[in-house]
Write a protein that binds this ligand. Structure first.
Ligand code: HEC
Length: 118
């Protein structure tokens, strides 16, 4: 019984961790530039499924001001709002997006194929 409780708590913590990153991504308006699925665009880098350690390093660099460029100046005010814990959570979420993205793309393609056939 005690072991079961431990498992339930561990599961809840895991889910909470992933959801927090997603909430932060929308709360801070990151999607406005990087896209709803962090897929990026011609002007803004893709973030989805880049290594967590890389994303943390970049975000801390913008926050502390060690990354300099005209483009980095666009990103800095957003990184400055983040605590180190929030950076970890965002990076965790972003580095694990790919699978979900592929799954949704699969369903989109399936629907397109279906309607063009009729
Ligand atoms: C106003 C537009 C804008 C918003 C909003 C924004 N970013 Fe960015 N972001 C940029 C730009 C521009 C760059 C590229 C900067 C550079 O070249 O160094 C960038 C770069 C990054 C990078 C580095 C990507 C790489 O591959 O090197 C990360 C990570 C990142 N942003 C995360 C975030 C997060 C998390 C948020 C929300 C808290 C956010 N961004 C909000 C414009 C934005």
């Amino acid at each position: 019984m005690r072991r079961l409780c431990m498992l339930v708590v561990a599961g809840a913590l895991n889910i909470g961790f992933a959801a927090d990153g997603e909430e932060l991504y929308s709360k801070y308006g990151c999607y406005g530039c990087h896209g709803a699925k962090a897929q990026g665009s011609a002007s803004f880098p893709k973030l989805a499924n880049k290594p967590q350690s890389y994303l943390v390093k970049k975000l801390k660099g913008y926050k502390s001001g060690t990354i300099h460029s005209n483009r980095a100046d666009t990103m800095k005010p957003f990184a400055k709002k983040l605590s180190d814990k929030e950076i970890e959570e965002l990076a965790h979420y972003l580095s694990n997006i790919k699978e979900k993205d592929n799954e949704e793309r699969y369903y989109e393609e399936f629907e397109v194929g279906d309607s063009s056939g009729s």
